[in-house]
Design a protein around this ligand. Structure first.
Ligand code: ATP
Length: 274
């Protein structure tokens, strides 16, 4: 079966099938990506090229997974960076890092014979926060460089470049980033509903021996407000509980304990950052 094949050799890429829930977000993203793929039609009709997609939503919901799946879907090279990497003590360093990131994306696409590159920038709010005239000069230069790179992208250019950025603080972003021709496509990646949680649990149960009696549905039921990352933790912690007891399979009580642990862990994390 397909499943045994994928178990035998885990692929190095990630597809939309590896992302649980998020049906609407996945559909919207694929629709947007078709603009990258159908560039001949886009050019013919004189449509402005899609340069930037903004993924918004709480931490751990799968924004990075979405960007990786987007790269596979469009047969693009994938380059990832985080906004915090561009925060530097010395003026100009952040901006030159941005320049290098785009240069490297193009070079890699050429070397790997791909027609497009996706540059993923997580935590875009760190460099793309509202400019407040004077205070964060260094961030300004970095943001300006990003805007310059975006404005320099043309449909006729080869390889084509698409920027996907992620944030959980959309309201903090400088309006310059959100203007038409920049990050003008926004996709919300929300916490999963029960069906989504079930899907995510199933994805992360694939490589784990569950006891016959396990009822994942009830776990999906009691994990209201959990993110995908937390659900992944639940499955992982449950496996660790089973191992501690020297058992061959993961049982329901291991899963329940894991739910409590992840829930409690989050609480103490929050308490300690207060
Ligand atoms: P952050 O904003 O904190 O960077 P994110 O939204 O980018 O978070 P990811 O890095 O994509 O989240 O997810 C972290 C991990 O959580 C993934 O590697 C995966 O194991 C799990 N995960 C999160 N969302 C999903 C999902 N929808 N389906 C399956 N696994 C998920």
């Amino acid at each position: 079966s397909d499943r045994s094949k994928s178990r035998a050799k885990a692929p190095s890429y990630l597809t939309f099938d590896d992302i649980g829930g998020q049906d609407r977000a996945k559909r919207e993203l694929q629709e947007a990506l078709d603009f990258l793929i159908r560039y001949e039609d886009i050019k013919r009709l004189g449509i402005r090229p899609l340069k930037g997609i903004l993924l918004t939503g709480p931490p751990g919901t799968g924004k990075t997974l979405m960007a990786k799946a987007a790269a596979h879907y469009t047969n693009s090279v994938f380059m990832a960076a985080s906004g915090s990497e561009f925060v530097e003590m010395y003026v100009g360093v952040g901006a030159s890092r941005i320049r290098d990131l785009f240069k490297e994306a193009r070079n890699r696409a050429i070397k790997e014979n791909k027609e497009s590159a996706i540059v993923f920038i997580d935590e875009i709010d760190v460099i793309g926060g509202k400019r407040d005239g004077g205070q964060h000069r260094e961030y300004d230069q970095t943001l300006n460089q990003l805007l310059t790179e975006m404005d320099g992208i043309h449909t006729s250019e080869s390889p084509r470049v698409l920027i996907i950025a992620a944030t959980n603080r959309k309201e903090m972003l400088d309006p310059a980033l959100l203007r038409p021709g920049r990050f003008d496509r926004h996709i919300e990646v929300d916490l999963p509903d029960k069906k989504g949680r079930m899907h995510i649990l199933n994805i992360h149960a694939k490589n784990k021996p569950l006891a016959e009696s396990v009822n994942l549905d009830s776990i999906a039921q009691e994990t209201f407000h959990f993110s995908g990352a937390q659900l992944e933790s639940v499955m992982n912690e449950a496996a660790i509980y089973a191992m501690r007891e020297e058992l061959e399979t993961i049982e329901q009580r291991h899963l329940s304990l894991a739910v409590d642990k992840v829930m409690l862990g989050e609480k103490t994390d929050r308490e300690s950052t207060k």
